[in-house]
Design a protein around this ligand. Structure first.
Ligand code: FSO
Ligand code: SF4
Length: 539
C-alpha cells in the first residue's frame, strides 16, 4: 500500500505497511481500485453527457465512493467489494468512448485477488513523476473533500450537477498527461467548486434546521442512559432525536456533532442533553467511559477497542467490518431502534475528568452578522485588534499542543474564529469576552469554515477594503482531505498568507510548494512566539 493523504502519515512521507489510522493494506488496495474504476466511469459519463445521454445517478455514486475513501470513514472490505462491483456495472452500462479507451474504462475484476493485483499498478505511486503525482494527489484529495460535503447536502435534498460534473472532470483528468499549468488550473478549479459545495451545504443545513444561534452547551452528564452521536450528519441526528424522544434516554453529541446544539430545529428536543468528550482521536478513552451506544454518522472512526466495540453502530458511508451498521431505506429513512434499545440496557455515562465547563458554539454567519454592528464598533474602537482564523482539524500528535499554547498566548484584544474539530484544543479554555463578544467564535463543523468566509467578506465590505487588508490572520490546522478542500477553497477566494500546520502535506512536492508560496504566501507554522509576532502585529 501507499497512502499519504492525511497529516498523520508515517514519518511525514507515506503509510506503506498499515495506516496510522488503522487502514490495512487490503483496504487501501480496494480504495485505490474503487477510485480507478470511478475514473473510468467519469471518462464514459462525461462523453455521454456531451451528447445529452449521461447517467444522472453517476454523480452521487462517485461522491459516495470518494467519501468512503476519505481518512477514517470506512474500514469494511465487504462494503468496498460491493462498491467496486457496483462501479463496474455503472461504467459498463455507459457507452464506450471509441476503441482506444483507457484501461480504467474496460478493466473488470473477476475475483478478490484480481482487485489486489490491480491495486499494485493503479495507486498513487503509479504516477512516477513526483510533481505530477503531487498535483494529481492534491486534486484527488480535494475532490474527496467536495464529495464528503456534497453527500451531506444531497441527503438534505440539495444537489448541483455542476459540482458532480467537476468530480468527474477532475477524476478523468488524472488519466491524461496534462501540462503542469493545466493541472494547477484544475487544482484551483477544485477550490472554486469547494466554495460552491460549502455554500450548498450551508444552505442545506440552514434551510432545513434554521440559522445557528450562539449557544452554550453543557458538558456534564445526566442520570439516564445515553446515546452518543458523532460525525457530521445532521439528518441522522434529526432521525435519532425524533425516534428516541420518549424512550427515557438522553442523546449526547461528540466531536464534530457539537455545533448541532445551535440549530433551532434541535433545541426543541429536551433529551439532547449536552456534549460528551472532545475531538475524534480521544474516542478510545471517552467511549469506554460513556457506557452507552455510540452512533458514527461520518468520520472520524478510529478502529474500536474490544471493550466497547459491541456498543458501536455505524451508518451512512462509515463502516467497520465487525460493528453493527444501520442502513437507510429507499426513501432515506433509518431505523435507529436497535441503538435506542441498546441504550436502555446501559448505565448512564460517567463524567469525564476535567469536563463540566459549558462550550460556546453556533457563531455562524447568521448569528455573527446579527451582531455585526457591535463587532465593527469593537474593531473601530480598538477593543478588537485582530481576528485569527484557527479552523480545521485536531489530531493525535503532541506537537498540536502548539494550538492550545497559541490560543492562550494571544493578546486579550484578539478574537479566534474557528470551525471544525481543531477547536477542541482551546474551546474549554476560559478566554473571556470582548464587550460581550466571545473571544472564541465557533462557527461550527469544518464545513462551516464557509461561515468564516461570509463573515470576513461582510467585514471587508463594512470597512471598504479587500479580504487581505482586514485585520485577520490564518493559522489553520489540517488532518484529512476535507481540510485540504477548505484550504483550496480559501486560496481560490484569493486569501493569502495562510499558515498551515502542524506539518505541511506529504503530497506537496517541493515544486508545488514553491507555486503555493510564490502565489499565496502559504507558510508552515513554527513556534508560538514567532508565529504570534507575525500574525498579531503590534498596533
Ligand atoms: Fe475533524 Fe475528522 Fe470535521 Fe475532519 S472530525 S478531522 S476536517 O473528519 O471533518 O473536523
Ligand atoms: Fe496513513 Fe493517513 Fe492514509 Fe491512514 S489515511 S493510511 S494514516 S496517510
Amino acid at each position: 500500500m501507499f497512502c499519504y493523504q492525511c497529516e498523520e502519515t508515517v514519518k511525514g512521507t507515506g503509510c506503506t505497511v498499515k495506516g496510522v489510522c488503522g487502514k490495512e493494506d487490503e483496504i487501501a488496495a480496494y480504495q485505490d481500485v474503487l477510485i480507478y474504476v470511478c475514473k473510468g466511469i467519469s471518462v464514459r459519463n462525461l462523453a455521454a453527457m456531451e451528447k445529452g445521454k449521461g447517467d444522472p445517478t453517476v454523480g452521487l455514486f462517485i461522491a459516495d465512493a470518494l467519501f468512503s475513501t476519505l481518512t477514517n470513514v470506512n474500514f469494511d472490505k465487504a462494503r468496498f467489494f460491493d462498491m467496486i462491483n457496483h462501479a463496474v456495472a455503472l461504467r459498463d452500462a455507459l457507452p464506450a468512448v471509441g476503441s482506444a479507451e483507457p484501461d480504467a474504462c474496460t478493466w473488470k475484476p473477476r475475483s478478490d485477488s484480481d482487485i489486489l493485483e490491480k491495486a499494485k499498478t493503479v495507486g498513487i505511486l503509479a504516477t512516477t513523476n513526483e510533481d505530477v503525482r503531487s498535483l494529481r494527489s492534491t486534486l484527488i484529495f480535494g475532490l474527496k473533500g467536495i464529495a464528503a460535503y456534497y453527500t451531506h447536502a444531497a441527503v438534505l435534498g440539495k444537489t448541483d450537477d455542476s459540482i458532480t460534473a467537476f468530480l468527474q472532470k477532475g477524476l478523468a483528468s488524472t488519466l491524461n498527461d496534462l501540462a503542469v499549468p493545466d493541472m494547477i488550473a484544475l487544482v484551483m478549479e477544485c477550490g472554486e467548486n469547494g466554495v460552491q459545495v460549502l455554500a450548498l451545504l450551508d444552505s442545506a443545513n440552514t434551510s432545513t434546521y434554521g440559522n445557528p444561534q450562539i449557544t452554550s452547551v453543557k458538558t456534564t452528564v445526566g442520570s439516564r442512559p445515553g446515546i452518543l452521536i458523532t460525525g457530521h450528519d445532521l439528518k441522522d441526528l434529526e432521525m435519532l432525536l425524533e425516534q428516541s424522544k420518549d424512550a427515557g434516554v438522553d442523546v449526547y453529541t461528540h466531536g464534530e456533532m457539537l455545533p448541532a446544539h445551535a440549530y433551532p430545529a434541535f433545541k426543541k428536543y429536551t433529551h439532547l442533553y449536552g456534549n460528551y468528550g472532545s475531538s475524534w482521536w480521544h474516542q478510545k478513552e471517552e467511549f469506554e467511559q460513556f457506557n452507552g451506544p455510540v452512533l458514527f454518522t461520518t468520520n472520524c472512526l478510529v478502529p474500536p477497542k474490544d471493550t466497547y466495540k459491541d456498543r458501536v453502530f455505524t451508518t451512512g458511508l462509515v463502516g467497520f467490518s465487525d460493528t453493527k451498521h444501520i442502513t437507510a431505506s429507499k426513501d432515506g429513512k433509518k431505523d435507529f431502534s436497535p441503538v435506542i434499545a441498546y441504550a436502555k440496557t446501559c448505565q448512564p455515562p460517567k463524567a469525564l475528568p476535567g469536563s463540566g465547563n459549558d462550550l460556546i458554539t453556533g457563531c455562524a454567519h447568521g448569528a455573527v452578522l446579527a451582531i455585526a454592528d457591535k463587532v465593527v464598533a469593537a474593531v473601530k474602537s480598538g477593543d478588537i485588534k485582530q481576528f485569527i482564523v484557527m479552523a480545521g482539524c485536531d489530531g493525535r500528535q503532541k506537537e498540536r499542543e502548539y494550538y492550545t499554547n497559541f490560543a492562550q498566548a494571544l493578546p486579550k484584544d484578539t478574537v479566534i474564529l474557528t470551525a471544525g474539530c481543531a477547536k477542541y484544543r482551546y474551546n474549554s479554555l476560559d478566554l473571556g469576552t470582548i464587550g460581550g463578544i466571545p473571544r472564541v467564535l465557533d462557527a461550527g463543523q469544518c464545513n462551516d469554515c464557509y461561515s468564516l468566509v461570509v463573515i470576513a467578506q461582510a467585514l471587508a465590505k463594512a470597512f471598504g477594503v479587500g479580504i487581505n487588508e482586514l485585520p485577520v490572520s490564518y493559522n489553520i490546522a489540517w488532518y484529512e482531505q476535507k481540510a485540504v478542500l477548505v484550504l483550496l477553497s480559501l486560496l481560490s477566494l484569493g486569501v493569502k498568507d495562510i499558515t498551515l500546520g502542524p506539518k505541511l502535506p506529504a503530497f506537496v512536492s517541493p515544486v508545488v510548494l514553491d507555486v503555493l508560496v510564490k502565489n499565496f504566501d502559504l507558510k508552515p507554522n513554527t513556534t508560538v512566539e514567532a508565529d504570534l509576532a507575525r500574525m498579531v502585529p503590534v498596533k
